[in-house]
Design a protein around this ligand. Structure first.
Ligand SMILES: [Zn+2]
Length: 339
C-alpha cells in the first residue's frame, strides 16, 4: 500500500509560456572526466561456463532450496559486480542447499572497456537491459545482446531470487530497484548494504531483466537490480559484495557482515523520457535528492518545462545527458510503512 501526495499531483511536463519561447535552454556542459579506480577483472576461468552456457557458473547443494542467481555485466562497463562474482568463485563459494548461478552476461562488452573513454563499453550493439520482453526474445531480430539474452534464458526461467548487479555513471545515493511485484519489493528490503529501495515500473524504451514475466507476474520468484554506487569506485565493489553476501550467505554457510537494509522505500510515479536532443537539467542534481516543493523546475526539454509533481519528490537516477528517447529522470514518493 502506498500513499500518494496529499494534493492532486501537478503535471510533470508543461509547455513554456510563449513569452519565454525565445529563450533557449542553457547549452549542454561538456562531460566530466570520470574517475576510474578499477580495472576489469580477469574472468578467463569462467568464460566457458560449467553448465553448457558460456559465462554461467552453476552449483547445486545437497539439500533442496531456492535457485539464487547473481548477474553481472548486463552493462559491460559496470564491472564491479563481475569483480565480486570473480572473487567469490576464486574463494570456491558453494551452496549447501539449493542452487546457485553466477552469470557474466556480456563479457564481450567488458572487453571493449578503455579507461580513456570508459562510458563506451556499455554494450556491443544495444542496451542488454532493454531486451527481456518475451516478444523480443521469441522474435526473429538478432543482435549481440538479444542473442546472449536468449542463451541465458534457461537460467533466468528457473531463478527464484535474482540480483542484477549494476553501478551508476552520475553521482547518486546507492539504491536497490524492484518492480512493483510484492516478492520483488520484499526482496529489496532484505538485501543489505543500501538504504534506499525503489519500486518502479521500468522504462518505456524496453524491458529490463527484473521486469521479465518470471519476476513481474503473480508468481513467487523475485528479482532486484542493485545500483551499488558510481562506476569504477572501490566503495561500489564493497557495497555489491555486501549485497551479494546477504543474499547467498545463508545458503552457502558464509557469515554475512552486519549492514543496514533499506530504511526508506520509494515508489516511482513518473518516468520522464527526453523527447528532444536538448534536454537540460537546471542544476546538477544527484540521485536520491529530495526536492521539497511541488512545481519545482527540474529541467527543460526543448520547449517543455519539467517540474516536480508533488512535495518531497525524490529524483531517481537523473541522467544529466540523456539522448532523445532515453529516460532522463524518474520521480518517486515515499511508500507508506510498513511496506
Ligand atoms: Zn547498468
Amino acid at each position: 500500500m502506498t500513499c500518494g501526495p496529499d494534493e492532486t499531483p501537478l503535471p510533470v511536463r508543461v509547455a513554456r509560456p510563449s513569452l519565454f519561447l525565445d529563450r533557449l535552454p542553457p547549452p549542454a556542459q561538456p562531460l566530466p572526466r570520470w574517475r576510474v579506480d578499477l580495472a576489469p577483472p580477469d574472468i578467463t576461468p569462467w568464460r566457458a561456463g560449467n553448465c553448457g552456457i558460456p559465462g554461467v557458473m552453476h552449483y547445486e547443494g545437497r539439500r533442496p532450496g531456492p535457485h539464487i542467481v547473481c548477474v553481472s555485466l548486463i552493462h559491460g562497463n559496470e564491472f564491479s559486480g563481475a569483480i565480486v562474482l570473480d572473487r567469490l568463485l576464486r574463494m570456491r563459494i558453494r551452496p549447501r542447499s539449493g542452487r546457485l548461478s553466477f552469470i557474466f552476461a556480456n563479457p564481450e562488452a567488458m572487453d571493449l572497456f578503455d579507461p580513456r573513454d570508459p562510458v563506451r563499453a556499455r554494450c556491443v550493439e544495444e542496451d542488454m537491459n532493454r531486451v527481456w520482453s518475451p516478444a523480443t526474445l521469441a522474435g526473429s531480430r538478432s543482435a549481440h545482446e538479444i542473442d546472449r539474452a536468449r542463451m541465458l534464458l534457461p537460467v533466468i526461467l528457473t531463478a527464484d531470487r535474482l540480483l542484477d548487479l549494476h553501478s551508476m555513471l552520475w553521482p547518486g545515493d546507492p539504491l536497490i530497484l524492484s518492480g512493483l511485484s510484492a516478492p520483488g519489493r520484499q526482496m529489496a528490503r532484505h538485501v543489505s548494504g543500501v538504504e534506499t529501495a525503489v519500486a518502479d515500473q521500468g522504462h518505456r524504451s524496453g524491458c529490463r531483466l527484473i521486469d521479465h514475466p518470471r519476476f513481474s507476474d503473480d508468481g513467487p520468484a523475485a528479482a532486484c537490480l542493485l545500483e551499488a554506487g558510481q562506476h569504477w569506485h572501490d566503495s561500489t565493489v564493497a557495497r555489491a559484495m555486501q549485497a551479494v553476501l546477504s543474499l547467498i550467505g545463508p545458503c552457502c554457510g558464509v557469515p554475512v557482515p552486519d549492514a543496514p537494509t533499506a530504511r526508506r522505500t520509494m515508489v516511482v510515479t513518473n518516468v520522464v523520457t527526453a523527447r528532444t536532443g536538448a534536454f537540460r537539467f537546471v542544476a546538477p542534481f544527484h540521485g536520491g535528492q529530495v526536492l521539497p516543493a511541488r512545481g519545482t523546475l527540474v529541467a527543460h526539454d526543448g520547449r517543455d518545462e519539467i517540474r516536480t509533481p508533488y512535495d518531497r519528490c525524490m529524483l531517481v537516477m537523473p541522467n544529466l545527458r540523456p539522448a532523445r528517447g532515453h529516460t532522463a529522470v524518474r520521480f518517486a514518493h515515499a511508500a507508506r510503512s510498513p511496506e
